[in-house]
Write a protein that binds this ligand. Sequence first.
Ligand code: PMP
Length: 410
Amino acid sequence: MRRMQTLLKTYRDDFPILQKVLYGKYPLVYLDNAATTQKPRQVVEAMTEEYYNVNANVHRGVHFLSQKATELHEASRETVCRFLGARSTREIVFTRGTTESINLVASCFGQAFMKEGDEVIISEMEHHSNIVSWQLVQARQGIRIRVLPITDDGRLRMEEYEKLFNERTRIVSITHISNVLGTVNPVRDIIRIAHEHGVPILIDGAQSTPHMPIDVQSLDCDFFAFSGHKIYGPTGIGVLYGKEEWLDRIPPYMGGGEMIKNVSFEKTTFNELPYKFEAGTPDYVASTGLARALEYVTSIGFDAIQAHERDLTAYAIRRLMEVEGMKIYGPSIEEHDAVISFQVGNIHHLDMGTLLDRLGIAVRTGHHCAEPLMRRLGIEGTCRASFALYNTRQDVDALVAGIQRVRQMF
Ligand code: PMP
């Protein structure tokens, strides 16, 4: 742990924003990493460098800069491919983020493979992006959404999972880690069981990719979605991994430049994978930023990141439990990822969040884009502290001290 503390110092120095002092006196304690992470210099500088020295539209030009930009963009795709352990770059589609990746699958898979009365299985702990995307398909095509319930301590009720399958089940779409409860779902079992029923599965990896190594071939999921900005990369870029056999079989998402081979008014043919799903000018500078972010994380290594974040989460849960009236949602420490949702007595989460902010502590408040989960828990919202590799035990101590101060005010 001592070595980690020393390493941490170096990592923290990579994130200039962490030096910020808020309201003229409080050092920033940034605990809103599940919403978005801060960006290291390596990411920001690579993007600035590209804008200053390379910028040109990709895939279309014979000129020097366009070729250079294309090389960078495609090299980034290779980095993502290695990071996810995908078979080929044909399986890596750049999107704007997890939301767009899920919408793409719901819309295109739905169009190709779902008829009225066909079913998708999701869970009670999904982010709105993995609920509403399917509701749009429901409105258009009359599909049915089946919901896997959770236990009171926020785990999927796996004994109910098998029972949801029937001859109308076409796809499963489930989150890897809950952005509210921090529950790490048993995705290997979830994927295996789906396949035993001959059903493909999408994993929402928005909250898992920053915290654990992902190997899509070993997981054997059919689709996997994540966002760049939650893993120290830029906003506006994310990834949809899809097995080639599925991406080949589903129609394009949007029409436009890049995604076509030939266009006539009578008949258009589509480009090969993955470009069939990438209509229009891609964010080729953000893809560079994302690649640098993934390299950054890989260079630190998930062993070190996980050891540190597990220690921090366990420490935070222990310290938070010292606070009178503290309720922490989600499973026990062992099954808990670096996200902690809590409520203190009857202090409204919005008051708590606002007052913590005045002490320089950034936490998230509200329903965390998971209103059905809030309803299941019988609450309106929570305060949520979420950790990244640069957070420290001092951050946790500041949070606990802050909560104690707020509590005294009430
Ligand atoms: N799924 C989960 C589990 C998330 O936590 C989030 C972001 N909070 C999303 C999907 C949506 O990600 P984005 O807004 O980056 O598209």
